[in-house]
Design a protein around this ligand. Structure first.
Ligand SMILES: Nc1ncnc2c1ncn2[C@@H]1O[C@H](COP(=O)(O)OP(=O)(O)OP(=O)(O)O)[C@@H](O)[C@H]1O
Ligand SMILES: O=C(O)c1ccc[n+]([C@@H]2O[C@H](COP(=O)([O-])O)[C@@H](O)[C@H]2O)c1
Length: 221
């Protein structure tokens, strides 16, 4: 059974927390490949200030030299809110023989019950969840309830059933967030080592996330 990993995000900008998580999941679960899915309009977040095309370009630069990771731009081609269920319906119709694993951080699992049609998502794919500093499951929470109903205890189960599982994958905890990076850039600081150098260079070249005081450019940390 061939497993396709999908890693959706706003990627405003993409950072090493995303990339390390995707890489470790791919290695641990022996996924054929992982497609990063930058969204156009995140369903549960304010619209990003940086254009979808620029977020796509940063994601493409980030994975350019990484075998097994690629970018799928399909969500940018839809003008409506980027609901995951719509993307999974499309992918499943195109590749019915493949098992889809939608990879998220723990913060996404905590809000999964509020996503559009979560039951349908789990009829189309498995969820693979990476831990994330600052986000923990509460006993008696909705997320805990979903986990109890769907939890897979071993990665082999991702191949034994075609969808419907939630698997928690231990990965290196990296306390990196796009919002922190945007805040640093807004203060005129360059976020070296939190994201790939080619993405830092792109941000500089295109003067994304300009200094809040309108000052000239960013200075190294
Ligand atoms: N450091 C991290 N560790 C594990 N998962 C992460 C990390 N950062 C983001 N993710 C996961 O990656 C996916 C896309 O995240 P997103 O693009 O919204 O980045 P973000 O850093 O959470 O952004 P922001 O700070 O603007 O909310 C989500 O499922 C999120 O949980
Ligand atoms: O479909 C939904 O209702 C939904 C709600 C929130 C988030 N998502 C998706 O989950 C992924 C991570 O979202 P975010 O907001 O953390 O960038 C990204 O692919 C989003 O489009 C999807």
């Amino acid at each position: 059974m061939s497993l396709l990993g999908l890693f959706g995000g706003t990627f405003d900008p993409i950072h090493n927390g995303h990339l390390r998580c995707a890489y470790e999941v791919q290695q641990a679960l022996a996924l054929d490949e992982i497609a990063l899915l930058p969204n156009r309009l995140p369903p549960h977040k304010a619209s990003p200030g940086v254009s979808a095309e620029q977020r796509l370009a940063m994601a493409q630069l980030a994975v350019a030299d990484l075998p097994g990771l690629r970018v799928d731009p399909r969500e940018l081609q839809r003008q409506t809110l980027s609901y995951t269920v719509d993307t999974l319906e499309e992918l499943k119709a195109e590749q019915p023989e493949r098992t889809l694993c939608f990879i998220v951080g723990m913060d996404s699992l905590l809000s999964f019950h509020r996503w559009h049609r979560p039951e349908r998502i789990l009829q189309l794919a498995h969820l693979v969840v990476c831990h994330r500093p600052g986000y923990a499951l509460d006993v008696d929470s909705e997320a805990q309830h979903w986990l109890e109903q769907h939890r897979l205890s071993a990665p082999a189960q991702l191949r034994q059933q075609a969808c419907g599982g939630i698997y928690l994958q231990p990965t290196t905890l990296l306390d990196i967030a796009s919002s922190t990076i945007r805040a640093q850039l807004n203060q005129g600081q360059l976020p070296h080592f939190l994201l790939p150098p080619q993405v830092v260079a792109y941000i500089e070249q295109h003067q994304l996330y300009p200094r809040g005081d309108g000052g000239a450019g960013h200075k190294p940390l």
